[in-house]
Design a protein around this ligand. Structure first.
Ligand code: FUB
Length: 450
């Protein structure tokens, strides 16, 4: 977001007013761009997080692409870029809104709402990939279903039957076939009763709290339908049922109206023995209802499977384990950053770029153990290069080493540099602090200690 003047100004203001808390915060979990509408998926021991992207300076839901992130520890998130965008769907005109990806039979299906150019109505498309990070392709070349309503969520029951739910202002479902790209029967409405979805006052057309953003799952035999409630501002509420289509009973608020965004959007998973609630708010500088950011909190179910009230925090979820610095880590694996952006790298994956003097990346809970001796990084620079300072515990903390990144003749002309490291022992937060002259200094693709 550095390229937006407002963002630069906001950062400068933050640096002056809020440096200590910014350095400690881990929510929102992405700072390089605005993200919205989280949809987490656990696959093969990793959490994949599918989001939308709010454009910088948006004054509407101006959304052109979807993004993927992943983590094994819930605090350091790797940027996988944008493997799905409006251009993936030849029939889509605009509005890359809230979707969800699920896995079945070794394939990944990403259901998204977007505007059909031919009809001008919101429709649900489905993209498919062989990997959770894509690339995704349009599975059908046309919408899967279209009735002008939004926000698909997909749930696969224990008997293998998959259900697609979506809707605003109604709540629809249809049974998906095993191919996940066609359905049986016709879309049906889930009755929006006040017993099922709570009572909204002051809006005769919408007597229940259900607004949008359904998220359906099953846990210990109980079916959950979590949703964005009431408008506007929204809060997050939930209902439960003995079956996938009801009858639903309203169970109350999960996340009250908070956080400078008039929408919110839920996503819930269990991972490594913990339960996690993803949502969005307007907490980044320049953030608001159309410049949102995804965040996460850990929670514990109550007796009978109740979900407690969860408040937004700037600290986020605790780290699961530690990050291993002795295997190659992508530079775009970030707990918190200041000033940098990411882009596709010529060597594959993403790299960190737009680095200027004083920018930094925080990598949380790095397990150095007995101690690291050497730091190696893959760098490129069409300018003069600069230095990577390895700081421990804080951005101005103990200097464990300094690596020089030379000019290489191109922003994607990569070379590997190494430097000596001292004092990096135990489990520490690592700050890669970038220094040098003026302008953009260099890019970083990956790093590793030995
Ligand atoms: O992000 C665009 C729309 O805003 C989503 O589809 C809704 O759920 C709301 O978050």
């Amino acid at each position: 977001m550095k390229r937006a003047c407002a963002w630069v100004l906001a950062l400068l203001t933050m640096a002056a007013l809020w440096p200590a808390s910014a350095a400690r915060a881990d929510n929102p979990i992405v700072q390089t761009i605005y993200t919205a509408d989280p949809a987490p998926l656990v696959h093969d021991g990793r959490v994949y997080l599918y989001t939308g992207r709010d454009e910088d300076g948006s004054t509407w839901f101006t959304m052109k692409e979807w993004r993927v992130w992943s983590s094994t520890d819930m605090v350091n998130w790797t940027d996988h870029g944008s493997p799905l965008s409006l251009s993936t769907f030849s029939w889509a005109k605009s509005d890359a809104w809230a979707g969800q990806a699920v896995q079945r039979n070794g394939k990944f299906y990403w259901y998204v709402p977007t505007t059909n150019r031919a009809t001008g109505r919101m429709a649900i498309g489905v993209a498919v990939a062989d990997s959770p990070t894509g690339p995704f392709r349009d599975a059908l070349g046309r919408p899967l279903v279209e009735n002008g309503e939004i926000d698909p969520t997909v749930f696969i029951d224990d008997d293998g039957q998959a259900y697609l739910y979506w809707g605003n202002p109604h709540l629809w479902y249809v049974k998906l076939n095993a191919d996940m790209t066609s359905y049986s029967g016709s879309p049906a409405q889930i009755p929006l009763t006040t017993a099922g979805f709570g009572t909204r006052t002051g809006d005769a057309a919408r007597p229940t709290l259900f607004e949008e953003g359904p998220w359906v799952y099953k846990r210990n035999g109980l079916y959950y339908l979590v949703f964005a409630a009431k408008c506007c501002s929204e809060f997050i509420a939930y209902s439960t049922a003995p079956g996938p289509t009801g009858p639903w009973t309203y169970r109350g608020t999960i996340m009250p109206t908070q956080g400078s965004s008039f929408t919110n959007h839920p996503g819930i998973i269990d991972y490594q023995g913990g339960s996690y609630f993803f949502y969005h708010n307007g907490a980044l500088p320049g953030g608001g209802g159309f410049t949102r950011s995804v965040a996460v909190e850990k929670f514990t179910y109550g007796s009978g499977g109740t979900i407690p009230t969860i408040n937004m925090t700037t600290s986020g979820a605790p780290q699961v384990g530690t990050l291993n610095p002795y295997v190659r880590q992508e530079a775009e694996t970030i707990a918190w950053e200041s000033g940098v952006e990411t882009e596709p790298a010529s060597e594959g994956g993403m790299n960190v770029g737009w680095i200027e003097n004083g920018d930094y990346i925080k990598v949380k809970g790095v397990g150095f153990g007995a101690g690291a001796r050497t730091f190696t990084a893959r760098v490129a620079s069409a300018a003069a290069g600069g230095r990577i300072e390895l700081r421990l515990d804080s951005v101005n903390g103990t200097l464990a080493g300094t690596c020089t990144a030379p000019g290489t003749g191109g922003w994607q002309t990569w070379t590997t540099v190494s430097c000596a490291v001292t004092g990096a022992t135990g489990t520490r937060d690592l700050y890669l602090r970038f220094t040098g002259g003026s302008g953009y200094l260099f890019n970083v693709n990956w790093w590793q200690f030995s």
